[in-house]
Design a protein around this ligand. Structure first.
Ligand code: FAD
Length: 321
């Protein structure tokens, strides 16, 4: 068969935004041939029912009690089973941590090349994001099916007109103990003040310029007023001022809020790799030559210990008692 098999991540019945974005590229790759979704575990059937609007013609839901917790080897086995029975021209996943991990397992187990974080596919030529977003590489992928993941936040999760609900079929994958040996055993929440860094519409972030763990109190106060999450640079996590889960950047979380407020952050490429998906960046920095100013839409030059409380005070005044 031709067409594309896509691994769709979901939390219960809610489809992950990055998977919806990946479907946009998957449709392009399919070029009018069927787009078939693979969903794994609880809530898969409900989530699959929503995918017609994104051009999915049929969906397979892998069901087994042992799939309740994420297990990369087991997810890869589900993908391999479908890949070998459906023989699609390409297998696609979101360029999320899980998407890239599962595809790496599939590639290694079937000795196939895997192109991660693609933004465009033309035949066997892919354009993909490298080096934390600082480089776009054009590469040829030699292998059938082509294994691809889609760079996060590089394309919209576009819907299609007049699509029917997909046909949904459940299957039980043949899972070995070895495939379940590595699995999620516990979830530790990364949510700050009720808003997760990855999903927040506004992020107030601090760097070395904040000066200390205690210095983050003024950022937290502003974040609380804006319903924002608090983020930080790697210097901050390395200094132990904030947990690694708060780090924005190449080796931290990649975010795409409507507004990113960077306080006392110089704007190293590894940091920008994590926040360049923001629609607007406001930099607060005492150095008018700081590199972050070339990425910022707005800047306030000055001491953040004066500017951040001043913004908070203005917000409180504007909102009234
Ligand atoms: C492989 C690798 C991966 C990396 N991954 C990441 C990553 O994921 N995320 C990340 O952030 N970094 C990452 N880094 C580190 C990165 O290169 C920078 O070192 C780091 O981002 C700098 O953090 P910073 O901006 O907080 O500190 P600095 O570069 O020291 O900048 C501090 C800024 O604060 C300003 N400032 C100081 N005092 C004040 C004040 N009172 N008011 C206002 N402004 C003030 C200064 O003008 C300066 O611009 C990585 C590095 C490597 C090599």
């Amino acid at each position: 068969m031709t067409g594309v098999l896509i691994l769709v991540e979901h939390e219960g019945a809610g489809v992950d935004e990055l998977s919806l974005q990946a479907l946009t590229l998957a449709r392009d790759v399919a070029g009018g041939d069927p787009v078939i979704a693979l969903l794994v575990g609880e809530g898969g059937r409900d989530a699959a029912a929503l995918l017609g609007a994104y051009g999915v013609s049929s969906a397979y839901v892998a069901e087994d009690d042992r799939l309740a917790a994420y297990a990369p080897g087991a997810w890869a086995q589900c993908a391999i089973e479908l890949m070998e029975s459906l023989e699609p021209g390409a297998v696609v996943a979101a360029g999320s941590n899980r998407g890239n991990e599962v595809m790496s397992h599939v590639a290694a187990r079937r000795d196939l090349p895997f192109a991660a974080n693609c933004t465009h596919v033309d035949g066997d030529t892919v354009t993909r994001v490298r080096w934390g977003g600082t480089l776009l590489e054009e590469a040829r992928v030699h292998g059938t099916p082509a294994l691809l993941s889609v760079a996060p936040h590089m394309m919209a999760a576009a819907t299609v007109n007049g699509a029917d609900a997909p046909a949904i079929e459940a299957f039980t994958p043949a899972l070995s103990d070895a495939e379940l040996a590595v699995r999620v055993s516990e979830h530790v929440s990364t949510v700050t003040a009720g808003v997760s860094l990855a999903d927040a519409k506004v992020v107030v972030s601090g760097g070395r310029g904040v000066g200390s763990a205690e210095g983050f109190a003024i950022l937290e106060e502003l974040a609380g007023l804006l319903g924002a999450a608090v983020g930080c640079s790697r210097v901050v996590t390395s200094s132990g001022w904030r947990p690694h889960t708060d780090q924005v950047g190449q080796t931290g979380t990649k975010i795409s809020p409507d507004l990113y407020i960077a306080c006392g952050i110089s704007g190293a490429t590894q940091h920008i790799a994590g926040c360049k998906g923001a629609k607007k960046i406001l930099a607060i920095n005492s150095d008018a030559e700081a590199p972050i100013l070339s990425s910022a839409d707005y800047a306030v030059i000055g001491d953040l210990t004066e500017i951040v409380p001043a913004i908070t005070a203005e917000l409180r005044k504007a909102r009234g008692p």
